[in-house]
Design a protein around this ligand. Sequence first.
Ligand SMILES: [Zn+2]
Length: 179
Amino acid sequence: MCAVPIGPQHSHLADIQDHRLLCTCRSCYLLFTDGGASHGHYRSVPDRYRANAGFALSAAQWDAMGIPVNLAFLFYQSDQGRYVAFYPSPGGATESLLDLTAWNEVVAGDPQLQELLPDVEAVLLRRLDGGFECHLVPIDACYELVGIVRQYWEGFAGGEDVWRRIDEFFAGVQERGRG
Ligand SMILES: [Zn+2]
């Protein structure tokens, strides 16, 4: 964003128009926290993590989203005026065709999902035996997960190493959601 050097721990801005994340220094980050400074071009990615214990999704609704792995994230993309769904794959974040009807029904019945900020916060889902783990997270956390999958996935099923790292990632997300 600017020429100030930043460390490995830093904030991010979402570029709403170009659909990408920018690494920022703290001053730049604070410029865009209200979303108004750039007429909506940039928005600071907030730092709040929340567990969504009341989340309900049926196996049929999940299947309708066409996600081939047990991980996904969804967020409201304001310039498209709709939710988009992505899943991590060895090739990076892959967009899925989303059955909007099914997902909009899920959102309509879940007050916590309705509090999600467009473009910068996401619903992170992990399918488990008999249900779903659901977290409301900053969008950059989803791309951290994408990075783990991209870097460590091996073969068809990913291999032990990547799933251990994914478990660690979700344990960290859970911890932050409690804090
Ligand atoms: Zn800066």
